[in-house]
Design a protein around this ligand. Structure first.
Ligand SMILES: Cc1ncc(COP(=O)(O)O)c(C=O)c1O
Length: 404
């Protein structure tokens, strides 16, 4: 029952990063993006969308740094972005004036109005922006907005393809929305569908269906909605509509179908721990938190227990070394050196967190602890500028959306 020694020192990869950060880093918590590993992930995605004959849309919220986004748009050769947040959207319109932006969730009409009020630059929303609309009620509100602006807005309709996060679930509701669009051609333009299906690649219990079964059901629903438009509203149908689908967990499965015109991918480029999925086995983790060890205090000691704390380190070799790191308590998992753990009994801290391990981790004060974020969209915003590294050297500094 006694825990084994789970500790081991840095690999050569993290040893090199530790040296670089000690010599050239800011010696505070930072988010590293490994550009060599990112390139590998970009190439996997572009090869897949190439085989699928589709376009790629980058999920901006999952890659929330204009510099990072610009890097991926260039290597992946795409101008398509999916945005989820009005302030980021205004920023995208300025920074990526040639982009084609699809909103990824239905924003309140007032929020859309704020976008128009603050929009500057050459990005033309009537050609380059698609709002996502989920109900006839919201469509009516956007129609009023378009009338007020004296503008024509593009409407992409959210489909419920099985996620059950809202969106159109039947033809009757779709019919109402398409009728409203047909009746107001000067203010509304139908631009396509968005059907998001992460559950096909997230791994649901087998009894609920294999990924293939779930995928097939998604496509039956998507096909039915497309056929409905073609048959009932042929005047709204045209080649070049945005038939968006997928997300990181499911994009690869869409190589099987030719109905959708594009897949959205964001998080898979960086592969945080929650994306350690069978569908993404070829992807590699490319984002790491690095933070310096501030103090090294030996065997674990708890307040009030004092000397009696020794029982813990006597029993568990992974409590024989104690480090206090700069910051902590992030949505992240320890990566290197191996065998580090936070200490729930002592308590978590965002200021200087206790981390335990065995002496085999070979960590000293001012060495770095490396972690992998569990997700990207929020965690990437918590460290100030992202540091791009290549071959173990810091080569880029990219502001994130919070302080651009
Ligand atoms: C509509 C939509 N499409 C695609 C994605 C995929 O994003 P990611 O690839 O970062 O998982 C998301 C994520 O929330 C989404 O809401």
């Amino acid at each position: 029952m006694r825990p084994g020694d789970r500790g081991s020192p840095y690999t050569a990869y993290f040893s090199a990063l530790n040296r670089e950060l000690k010599a050239h880093g800011p010696m505070r918590p930072v988010m590293l993006i490994d550009l060599d590993l990112l390139d590998h992930n970009i190439d996997l995605v572009t090869q897949s969308v190439g085989r699928a004959g589709k376009h790629l849309r980058l999920v901006e919220k999952s890659l929330p740094s204009p510099g990072l986004l610009a890097y991926i748009t260039k290597r992946a050769n795409t101008q398509r972005l999916m945005s989820f947040h009005q302030p980021f959207l205004n920023h995208d319109a300025l920074t990526f004036p040639e982009s084609d932006i699809l909103i990824g969730k239905p924003l309140p009409a007032r929020s859309a109005e704020v976008f128009y009020q603050t929009h500057r630059g050459s990005f033309d929303p009537s050609r380059q922006l698609q709002w996502l609309i989920d109900t006839p009620q919201r469509l009516t509100e956007y129609l009023a907005l378009a009338e007020g602006l004296g503008a024509r807005i593009r409407v992409n309709i959210e489909l419920d393809v099985g996620l059950h996060r809202g969106g159109i679930a039947d033809d009757a509701m779709l019919g109402k929305m398409l009728s409203l669009i047909s009746e107001h051609p000067q203010h509304l333009e139908f631009s396509g569908f968005m059907g998001y299906d992460p559950f096909v690649g997230m791994g649901v219990p087998g009894v609920l269906g294999s990924p293939q079964d779930l995928f097939d059901k998604v496509m039956v629903i998507y096909n039915a909605r497309v056929n409905y438009v073609r048959q009932r509203f042929p005047a709204l149908w045209r080649d070049g509509l945005t038939l968006n689908t997928a997300g990181s967990p499911s994009y690869g499965m869409h190589e099987q179908e030719r109905l959708s015109s594009e897949v959205s991918v964001g998080t898979a480029f960086l592969k945080p721990t929650h994306y350690d999925l069978p569908s993404l086995v070829e992807h590699v983790p490319a984002a790491f938190i690095a933070t310096p060890v501030l103090k090294s205090t030996g065997a674990v000691e708890y307040p009030a227990l004092d000397d009696r704390s020794r029982l813990f380190s006597w029993w568990n070799p992974n409590q024989r070394a104690t480090f206090f790191i700069y910051g902590g308590n992030w949505m992240a998992e320890f990566e290197s050196p191996k065998g580090l753990e936070s200490n729930e009994l002592y308590g978590r801290s965002s200021n200087q967190e206790m981390v335990n391990g065995s002496p085999a981790v070979c960590l000293n004060v001012e060495d770095q602890v490396f972690l992998r974020p569990t997700q990207t969209e929020f965690v990437l915003l918590q460290f100030g500028d992202l540091l791009g590294v290549r071959g173990g050297k810091i080569v880029e500094t990219w502001p994130v959306y919070d302080n651009v």
